[in-house]
Design a protein around this ligand. Structure first.
Ligand SMILES: Cc1cc2nc3c(=O)[nH]c(=O)nc-3n(C[C@H](O)[C@H](O)[C@H](O)COP(=O)(O)O)c2cc1C
Length: 229
């Protein structure tokens, strides 16, 4: 006998925010989707990136532009612990600095972009007015094997307070719901194994699971509540 389960795929939102526009956008986003959220913080506290016509921010971006392959070009950030195997989709929330991705977020992706290979990557960018192609270029350089969702979502600072409908539209456009919606899990009662399939039919997990005592009802699989019918 084979039981059928359904379990949502997991999403990670990773962002940086200096003046909290991206933070507010991420709060709106996570009212709509279930996700774990990580906020990147620079190791050096209290810097005013905007003072003197964005002097510090500009210096940080120039250092990366001059030598993007060198770890020492990137400002230190507080350590963050993420197990990428837990996630199928990663949404990156980025402020734009001088047409590039804000430097602390670049640091994070410089060190972790390779671990995001094959993941669906969504990009949300906040800028005062500049177009976001430079930030998209940074994301693709730093996550070279990411499966980027198109288009990215560009929200200008002045639109932050009514980003809600833009986020909803974007989630529809990139097919977020059908992509991360329900995965089918088939369970073979005889072998006690379960196999997890993504909506596209790819096998994503196979493990031992004792099914001897399972009754119909709610269970937790991969940290999610599922309903055994
Ligand atoms: C160092 C620095 C450089 C910036 N450069 C630009 C820029 O070139 N063009 C632009 O439209 N906005 C620029 N901005 C504005 C930010 O992109 C904008 O305020 C964004 O909403 C900030 O997001 P946050 O509040 O999450 O930090 C810059 C901001 C900073 C701090």
């Amino acid at each position: 006998m084979v039981y059928a389960f359904a379990v949502p795929a997991k999403t990670l939102v990773v962002y940086y925010s200096y003046t909290n526009n991206v933070r507010d956008i991420v709060s709106e986003l996570t009212r709509r989707i279930e996700a774990d959220v990580v906020r990147i913080e620079p190791a050096e506290k209290g810097l005013d990136y905007a003072a003197n016509n964005y002097a510090i921010g500009s210096t940080l971006i120039s250092a990366i532009r001059d030598n993007p392959g060198d770890a020492s070009s990137y400002p230190a950030i507080d350590p963050v612990n993420v197990n990428f195997a837990d996630y199928e989709c990663i949404i990156i929330g980025a402020p734009l600095w001088w047409s590039n991705m804000a430097a602390p977020l670049q640091t994070y992706l410089f060190h972790n972009g390779a671990a995001m290979a094959g993941k669906k990557i969504g990009l949300i960018v906040s800028s005062a007015s500049s177009g976001i192609s430079g930030v998209e270029g940074d994301a693709k350089r730093l996550v070279p094997h990411g499966d980027f969702l198109s288009p990215s979502l560009w929200i200008r600072s002045s639109q932050t307070s009514d980003a809600s409908s833009m986020i909803s539209e974007w989630l529809k456009t990139i097919g977020y719901v059908s992509m991360t919606g329900l995965k089918d899990i088939s369970v073979d009662q005889n072998t006690g194994k379960y196999t997890v399939f993504s909506v596209s039919g790819a096998k994503v997990a196979k493990d031992a699971l004792s099914l001897q005592s399972l009754e119909k009802g709610l269970y937790i699989v991969n940290g999610k509540k599922i309903c055994l019918k």
